[in-house]
Design a protein around this ligand. Structure first.
Ligand SMILES: *Cc1c(COP(=O)(O)O)cnc(C)c1O
Ligand SMILES: [Zn+2]
Length: 426
């Protein structure tokens, strides 16, 4: 491999650009821009991919570097990404004990608790949004966040040398605040719920021209979630599972999982049918799950009251789309109480060796509830999307240290404990 690059190669390298947009509701086309809402009908804008573009085959993808950019033909940028090129490709871990507990054939954890760089699936969406911001020449990015997005924006902006304005509800978990503040963004705690924070951010984006990743860059940002579906398909050796369950906040991840699986089916990279897609919420904030249960098409906004702060969005932007995806794929949604969420965190840790935050506990508890109600079937192959790390929500777990005995450094004290535990011989 040669270490020098000839001048004409440099000149020929295409500048980073963002794809044009189209309105999902009325079909109106729009130029590439940091705008997420249609001028005509206020519908959501989505990037337009050239249907004639060259697509890679399985071997080509498999030969690329292990990051979400190995799927770049399905991401909304033209040219080489310049920031966060190493996000994605988290482990898919088989979970036989959890499968047995659920009464299904096989289960896997898609483990975004170890996402680089900020330990949640929000790294995927920010990795795409920060490059869209670069394509638009923006020097400042920001977000309205329930916590994980704040971590991802602050970390990735720090590394890229961009300014970041991060808005969160004032009373978020310490772990989420610390894992944002450490990167020294402009961090602002807003008195109010996430929905208040989001409204404020939309105004700030207009006023200051910042790239708010989940507001005016949302059309590009959302596409990053599809990479979770792409990775699942590739890691299952180019197969699709029969069912997938994911936590729902704004409802974007669930809709983009469906889009991602659909794109790989359309490209012939996998065969078969779409997985049934299931959504998980906390009972204390379950506007999407309740919409699925009611069967109509209007979100009824809620005032969040749950320990699952990361998914506590009372008026979810993609709630209706998420409910539609769930119904169309033959899935369902479930909501679970805070005690079940904590139990779900413990079950996931003890069965699978994965330490998840409250959203992960919600997902496991919802899967158990869906299994009990017969929505999961004995021959199901289920992937559980576990989206954020447990060290971020320690408050939910109480005093775990108090459960561990304290002893003097004497073998006979260990022997007494081993006898009591029935573990004297290996
Ligand atoms: C943001 C988030 C989600 C899902 O978010 P959507 O808005 O529904 O895409 C899931 N889990 C965690 C931990 C999150 O932070
Ligand atoms: Zn429109």
């Amino acid at each position: 491999m040669t270490m020098s690059v000839s001048p004409d190669r440099v000149a020929a390298a295409p500048a980073l650009g963002a794809l044009p947009l189209v309105c999902r509701h009325c079909g109106r086309n729009a130029d590439a821009a940091p705008v997420a809402i249609c001028d005509d009908c206020l519908g959501p804008l989505e990037p337009v991919y050239d249907p004639a573009r060259a697509l890679p085959d399985r071997a080509t993808i498999a030969g690329r570097a292990p990051s979400l950019w190995r799927y770049r033909e399905w991401l909304p940028l033209a040219g080489e990404p310049i920031h966060s090129r190493d996000t994605g490709c988290t482990p898919l871990v088989e979970a036989p004990r959890l499968a047995r507990r659920l009464g299904i054939a096989r289960a896997w954890i898609k483990n975004d608790t170890v996402s680089h760089p900020s330990l949640s699936f929000k790294d995927r969406v920010v990795s795409v949004a920060i490059n869209a911001a670069a394509a638009f020449g923006m020097r400042t990015i920001g977000c309205a966040s329930t916590g994980n997005l704040a971590n991802a924006v602050a970390a990735q902006a720090a590394r890229a040398g961009l300014d970041a304005w991060v808005f969160i509800p004032h009373d978020l978990e310490l772990g989420k605040v610390a894992a944002t503040a450490i990167f020294a963004p402009h961090l602002v705690r807003v008195r109010g719920t996430y929905d208040d924070v989001n409204r404020l951010c939309a105004q700030a984006a207009d006023r200051f021209g910042w790239g708010i990743v989940n507001v005016n860059l949302r059309s590009y940002y959302g596409e990053g979630s599809k990479t979770m579906a792409f990775e699942i398909a590739e890691q299952l050796d180019w197969r699709l599972p029969s069912a997938v369950i994911a936590p729902m906040a704004g409802g974007s991840l669930v809709t983009k999982l469906r889009k991602g699986f659909g794109e790989f089916l359309g490209a012939g990279l996998v065969e078969g049918t779409l997985p049934r897609i299931f959504g998980a919420q906390a009972t204390g904030c379950a506007p999407i799950a309740r919409l699925v249960e009611r069967g109509d098409d209007e979100i009824v906004p809620e005032q969040p009251r749950t320990i699952a702060r990361s998914i506590a969005i009372g008026n979810p932007a993609d709630g209706r789309s998420a409910a539609r995806v769930i119904r169309e794929t033959g899935g369902w949604a479930s909501h679970v109480g805070d005690d079940a969420i904590v139990a779900g965190i413990h079950t996931l840790a003890e069965d699978c060796g994965v330490f998840a935050e409250t959203a992960g506990g919600t997902t496991v508890a919802a899967a158990l509830a869906l299994a009990r109600s017969g929505r999961l079937l004995p021959d199901d192959e289920l992937v559980l999307c576990i989206t954020g790390h447990g060290l971020k929500t320690l408050e939910a777990l109480g005093d775990l240290a108090a459960r561990a005995p304290v002893i003097d450094a004497r073998l006979r004290e260990v022997a007494a404990l081993a006898t009591a535990a029935g573990s004297e011989s290996a």
